[in-house]
Design a protein. Sequence first.
Length: 69
Amino acid sequence: MKYFGTVKSFDSALGYGELRQDLGGDALRFEESAISWGKDAPPTVGQRLSYERGRNDQLQPRAFNLQAV
C-alpha cells in the first residue's frame, strides 16, 4: 500500500532522514537505500513523496521504496 508524506529532514552525510506522514502520527524514518531515484539527487526538506511502510532488522518502523510525487 502506498502512503504519502513530506520530507521533514535528510542528512546526506549520515544517510537517513524523516518523513512527516500525511495521515499524521510520529515522523517515519527512512534510509538512503530506500530512495528509488538517482542517489545524486537527495530528497529535500518539504519534498512530497510516496512510500511504503515496513520495519527494519530491529523491527522499528521505516519508510521504503520512496518515490517523488
